[in-house]
Design a protein around this ligand. Sequence first.
Ligand SMILES: [Zn+2]
Length: 69
Amino acid sequence: MTRTRKRFIAGAICPECKDEDSLMLYEEGGQEHVECVSCHYKMSERDAKANTKTPPTPQQEQLIGYFKP
Ligand SMILES: [Zn+2]
């Protein structure tokens, strides 16, 4: 039995079916892959992270504050 660690990527949107929180990250052959549980679309971890809605970092917030009139 092959042990695979599977976890969902919070906030990630499937580029194929546009489902939210449906992307599952798993390890296979020492590499991380991402699969959509809704449409079984497969992509690399890098592609999935590009689709993740990332909250603004404190650095960006500081930048916005800096440009305040
Ligand atoms: Zn999908």
